[in-house]
Design a protein around this ligand. Structure first.
Ligand code: SAM
Length: 309
C-alpha cells in the first residue's frame, strides 16, 4: 500500500504541475509524467514496488484525471471487474498455462487497465495486442505496459476495420456500448443492423470472433441488456452459428451507478469442428463482495461448472 501511495503521490504531483504550467488536462499531465519516467528524465520508481503496485498507482492517477471530465464510454475498467475477468481466464486456461503462454487481444484497450490487470495476474504467461481509437488513452496504455514490463503491441485505429493481428487464444474486452457511426464499415458485418445504425457492441463481438482461433475463448464485459434489445434476435442467430455461450455472470448492482450501466461477464468459445458445445452453461450472479458466505457459494458453483467441462 505504501508503494502505491508514494508512487501515486509523485505522479499526481507532476501531473498537477503540468496541468497548471501548460494549461492542459490532468490526464495529459499523468501521461507526461509516465513518458518522462520512461525516458529517464524523472524517476518515480519505488525500491520494492511490484507490477501490481505500479499499475494500481497509475490507475488511481488516471481515475483522478478522468473524474475531471471523460465520456462514459472512455471509462477505465475498475479492478473489481478486471480481477473477476482474470479469474475466469485463469480458470479456463489453467491447464495450458502450466506449460505454455497464451496470446490475447483487447480490441478496445482504452487505458490498458483491464488488459494489464489480467496480464499481471497471469504474469509471464500472456503476450497481448491492444487496439484503441483514442490517442491519449492508447498512449497511457503504452506507457503503463512499458513501466510494468508487460509485452503488449498496440495499434491506434478503429478496431472494426481490418486489423494486423494473427488469431488469438483469448479476447478480453470491456465493450464500448452504443451505435457505431461508420455505416459503410458496418456493411462488412453479419451483425450489421437491417434498419438504421448498428450496435458497436455487437460489431465488436463479431470482430473479436474474427480474430480468435477456433476453440479460443472470449471474455466480454457486456451490457446486461445484451440479449434483451431490439437487435438481440440477430445476435442470437449469429452466435448460434459461430460461438458457444459458456457463461453469463451477472455482476452486483451495487458496482454500477445506475441500471442502464449494469454489466455482465459473457464468456464465449469460438466453435471448432473437433470440439463439442459445452454440457452446461454457467449462469450465475456475483453476490455483494461483503457477503463472504454467498461469495464462497459463488466460487463453489464456478468450481463445479469447471469440473463438469
Ligand atoms: N478496458 C478499458 C480500460 O480499462 O481502460 C476501457 C474500455 S472502454 C469501456 C471502451 C473503449 O473503446 C474506449 O476507450 C473507447 O475509446 C474505445 N473505442 C470505442 N470505439 C472504438 C473503435 N471503433 N475502435 C477502437 N476503440 C474504440
Amino acid at each position: 500500500m505504501e508503494n502505491i501511495e508514494k508512487l501515486f503521490g509523485l505522479l499526481n504531483e507532476h501531473a498537477e504541475k503540468i496541468e497548471k504550467e501548460q494549461n492542459t488536462t490532468l490526464l495529459e499531465g499523468v501521461l507526461d509524467g509516465l513518458e518522462a519516467w520512461l525516458d529517464g528524465e524523472l524517476d518515480f520508481s519505488q525500491p520494492d514496488a511490484t507490477k501490481e503496485d505500479i499499475r494500481k498507482a497509475i490507475q488511481i492517477a488516471i481515475l483522478k484525471g478522468m473524474r475531471k471530465g471523460s465520456q462514459p464510454n472512455h471509462q477505465m475498467t475498475p479492478d473489481t471487474l478486471g480481477l473477476l475477468v482474470g479469474y475466469f481466464v485463469e480458470q479456463i486456461f489453467a491447464e495450458r498455462l502450466e506449460h505454455e503462454k497464451i496470446v490475447m487481444m483487447d480490441p478496445a484497450v482504452g487505458t490498458g487497465n483491464l488488459l494489464l490487470t489480467v496480464m499481471n495476474l497471469l504474469d509471464g504467461k500472456v503476450e497481448a495486442t491492444g487496439v484503441e481509437v483514442d490517442e491519449l488513452l492508447i498512449r497511457l496504455a503504452a506507457a503503463t505496459a512499458d513501466v510494468t514490463e508487460q509485452p503488449v503491441s498496440l495499434y491506434r485505429q478503429d478496431a472494426l476495420q481490418d486489423l494486423l493481428v494473427n488469431p488469438v487464444d483469448a479476447v478480453v474486452c470491456d465493450l464500448p456500448v452504443g451505435y457505431y457511426p461508420n455505416e459503410d464499415v458496418s456493411l462488412n458485418y453479419e451483425l450489421c443492423a437491417t434498419e438504421g445504425m448498428s450496435y458497436a457492441h455487437h460489431l465488436f463481438i463479431e470482430q473479436s470472433l474474427n480474430y480468435t482461433k477456433e476453440g479460443g475463448y472470449l471474455f466480454f464485459l457486456a451490457p446486461s441488456h445484451l440479449f434483451d434489445s431490439e437487435q438481440s434476435k440477430q445476435l442470437h442467430k449469429y452466435l448460434q452459428k459461430h460461438a458457444w455461450i459458456q457463461a453469463i455472470i451477472q455482476l452486483p448492482d451495487s458496482i454500477f451507478a445506475n441500471k442502464t450501466l449494469e454489466k455482465s461477464i459473457v464468456i464465449l468459445q469460438k466453435q471448432a469442428k473437433e470440439l463439442k458445445a459445452p454440457k452446461e452453461v454457467l449462469l450465475a450472479k456475483v453476490p455483494n463482495m461483503q457477503n463472504k458466505q454467498a461469495l464462497a457459494l459463488f466460487f463453489e458453483k464456478v468450481r463445479l461448472w469447471k469440473e463438469g467441462k
